[in-house]
Design a protein around this ligand. Structure first.
Ligand code: FAS
Ligand code: PHB
Length: 388
């Protein structure tokens, strides 16, 4: 089989790239290890930058997002028993949209099916070949039958544990910070505790109040790395969350049965470069951020913006300028998001070595934020998304 671009991975990065390339008349196929229900069942991101919304509009998949997504103009920071609102739209003129990654993925899958584009689910033993030449190939096994795809370009959109970065592990430099805690997340069919997200710095640990709609809430508790979700029956989760919220939020919290509960580790990770001949890495395959800054999904989107534009130039103008500059451009924005995510995580969480001095520094950082318009502008322009 032959195509122009072989995409590995049907997460947001792979699906959005496939949709944009299709819009540009560039033939592509997606190879996905799992089945579509498995991909859709993963509960992950919830906040879309304005740039990500613009890309989904360009891909022709933003109708439901505009109908069901919640436009947010600010977030709240809670510490010392009080809540402080950061008006991000006043600072930047921009907004964010609350719309779950699951829904973004579903919209992209539906659009791909409607366009009749090739996606191979449950593609096993994917391997990449010849990407140091101009005739790369991808091999995979489906239902016991081996297949090979000849292509011009391979896009490694297969996430942190994928095969693409592994295929160049001797040619990359990695940068990593593993945090000494995780996030225990709970999804419930209950009304959100507040109309906007609340990030809580509490002596018992960080807590985040988020949502998926006006009837579906998403909460997170900082937890030890060796914690197990089985140790957290719903009632224990709700009790601990109430202890970490400000009094007004704790009073307004509506509890109910969890429909999903999971623990995610937190890490900062970047692999450089993101291009190896005709192999290009995008999204979690190349970088990971702690979710405190709501950047993971949005970074996958900006990588895809740069890569899709570069490939459009490569095919339409026979120019390799864009693909030659892809890694530099993408990494420039990746590192700024890594910094912001690390900063938000450092400011909001309790670290094992948080001594009296560092906890005073955290509170000073938070007080400075709520008192300084310049500090709020800085947080806001990073949270709504730096320009592409
Ligand atoms: P993905 O990991 O989403 O997709 C990669 C795809 O490649 C998967 O479907 C996988 O099955 C497939 N694949 C892997 N290996 C393969 C192989 N060998 N062959 C074929 N296919 C293969 N971000 C936020 O902004 N906010 C959050 O709250 C948040 N929470 C998260 C919680 C968890 C547990 C995780 C893991 C991530 C979270 N993220 C969050 C980040 C997350 O949203 C990612 O940034 C986003 O999924 C990135 O999308 P992709 O790069 O497409 O990678
Ligand atoms: C979420 O709703 O899942 C979410 C929102 C904001 C974050 C992290 C996660 O910073």
């Amino acid at each position: 089989m032959r195509t122009q671009v072989a995409i590995i991975g049907a997460g947001p990065a792979g699906l959005l790239l496939g949709q944009l390339l299709h819009r540009y008349g560039i033939d592509n196929i997606i190879l996905e290890r799992k089945d579509r229900d498995y991909v859709l069942a993963r509960i992950r991101a919830g906040v879309l930058e304005q740039g990500t919304v613009g890309l989904l509009e360009e891909a022709g998949v933003a109708a439901r997002l505009h109908h069901e997504g919640l436009i947010h103009h600010g977030i709240e920071l809670a510490f010392g028993g009080a809540r402080h609102r950061i008006d991000m739209t006043k600072a930047t003129g921009k907004t964010v949209t609350v719309y779950g990654q699951t829904e973004v993925t579903r919209d992209l899958m539906d659009a791909r099916d409607k366009a009749g584009l090739a996606t191979v689910y449950e593609a096993g033993d994917v391997s990449l070949h010849g990407f140091d030449s101009d005739r790369p190939r991808v091999r995979y096994v489906k239902d016991g039958v081996s297949h090979e795809i000849a292509c011009d370009v391979i896009a490694g959109c297969d996430g942190f544990h994928g095969v693409s970065r592994q295929s160049v592990k001797d040619a990359i430099t990695t940068f990593e910070r593993i945090y000494p805690f995780g996030w225990l997340g709970l999804l419930s069919e209950t009304p959100p505790v507040s109309p906007e997200l609340i990030y809580n710095n509490h002596e018992r640990g960080f807590a985040l109040c988020s949502m998926r709609s006006n009837t579906r809430s998403r909460y997170y508790l900082q937890c030890p790395l060796d914690e197990h979700v089985d140790n957290w029956p719903d009632e224990k989760f709700w009790d601990e969350l109430k202890r970490r919220l400000d009094p007004q939020a704790a009073d307004h919290l509506v509890t109910g049965p969890s429909i999903e509960k999971s623990i995610a580790p937190l890490r900062s990770f970047v692999a450089e470069p993101m291009r190896f001949g005709r192999l290009f890495l995008a999204g979690d395959a190349a970088h990971i951020v702690p979710p405190t800054g709501a950047k993971g999904l949005n970074l996958a989107a900006s990588d895809v913006h740069y890569l899709s534009q570069a490939l459009r130039e490569f095919y339409a103008e026979k120019s390799s300028a864009g693909i030659d500059d892809y890694s530099r451009r993408a990494l420039g924005r990746v590192w700024k998001a890594e910094r912001f995510s690390w900063w938000m995580t450092s400011m909001m969480h309790r670290f094992p070595d948080t001594d009296a001095f560092s906890s005073r520094i955290q509170i000073a950082e938070l007080n400075y934020l709520v008192e300084s318009e310049a500090a709020q502008m800085s947080l806001s322009e990073n949270y709504v998304g730096l320009p592409y």
